[in-house]
Write a protein that binds this ligand. Structure first.
Ligand code: BTN
Length: 266
């Protein structure tokens, strides 16, 4: 990957600032600096390698050179964006990756709510959407996307908290990372226009993994919730049916599949 190749690959897209790094700590960290210094909407940072790539819940994100697609898009919120819309940005990142994999490679992928893209139930991409505030005012959303493209981008077993894969393992052919980036950005620009509509939630839900399966949601300090995954509510929260029959929506948390031995309601 080279800056000139990146410029050529993204030619004509309505981007703000654009920077490419052969090696960086984390594209999301630099994007936070850009947000503070007034970078315009749709500014983009792309890296071939990250030495301090970050995932959700303080996890590391593995980005060795030459194998992954790692980038952050800085989005300036529209006037009517409130904090209740923020989870949609994670969904936006995951949805546009799924849509691109389907359109360009015929790959059926799914979203492990809220932020993972799975191919054949293995993680191939993660999304880290971070909000940048100035006091009470939302200044920017930093949408970081990491796609495992070639086999070396799949983390070693000891770093995995969920089985992982890469896109090339399923296409059986090498992928042009810059062409993939362009397609993801094109879709992001389109889907963002309908982010606050039921159409967006419907598309996100249609890609949801584990629907109808029993899952356990862990959310840090609060107690885990076990339920059958039903889908999304109209705010993009995960909707579950508890063992009691109660329907509950959760806003944050990590989805774990229930082990088959106790996956049925008691
Ligand atoms: C996750 O699965 O927990 C989210 C992973 C997000 C990784 C991307 S790679 C580009 C951007 N920079 C980072 O440091 N993280 C995100």
């Amino acid at each position: 990957m080279k800056q000139t190749d990146l410029d050529a690959a993204l030619d004509g897209l309505p981007l703000g600032r654009l920077a490419y790094f052969e090696r960086i700590g984390s594209t999301n960290d630099l994007a936070a600096q850009w947000a503070a210094s007034g970078a315009p909407d749709l500014s983009l940072i792309v890296a071939d390698e990250q030495t301090e790539g970050r995932g959700r819940a303080g996890r590391q994100w593995f980005t060795p050179p030459g194998a992954a697609l790692a980038f952050t898009v800085l989005l300036r919120p529209s006037g009517n964006t409130s904090s209740s819309h923020l989870p949609r940005y994670t969904g936006l990142g995951a949805l546009v990756v799924c849509e691109t994999l389907a359109a360009d490679f015929g790959l059926q992928s799914q979203i492990k709510w809220p932020n993972d893209v799975l191919i054949a139930r293995h993680k191939a991409c993660g999304v880290l959407a971070e909000a940048h505030w100035l006091g009470e005012e939302l200044q920017a959303i930093l949408l970081g996307i990491g796609i495992n493209v070639a086999p070396p981008s799949v983390p070693p077993d000891e770093q995995l908290n969920f089985p992982a894969t890469c896109v090339e393992a399923h296409t059986g052919a090498p992928i042009d990372r810059l062409a993939l980036l362009r397609r993801v950005l094109e879709k992001l620009i389109e889907w963002r226009k309908v982010l606050n509509t039921p159409q967006f939630i419907a598309a996100w839900q249609a890609r949801l993994a584990f629907v109808g399966e029993w899952v356990q949601i862990s959310a840090g300090s609060s107690q885990d919730i076990i339920g059958k995954l039903l889908g999304l509510d109209d705010g993009g929260r995960l909707k579950l049916e508890l063992r009691s029959g109660e329907i509950k929506s959760v806003q944050v948390g990590e989805v774990h599949l229930r082990p088959s031995v106790d996956s049925q309601p008691k």
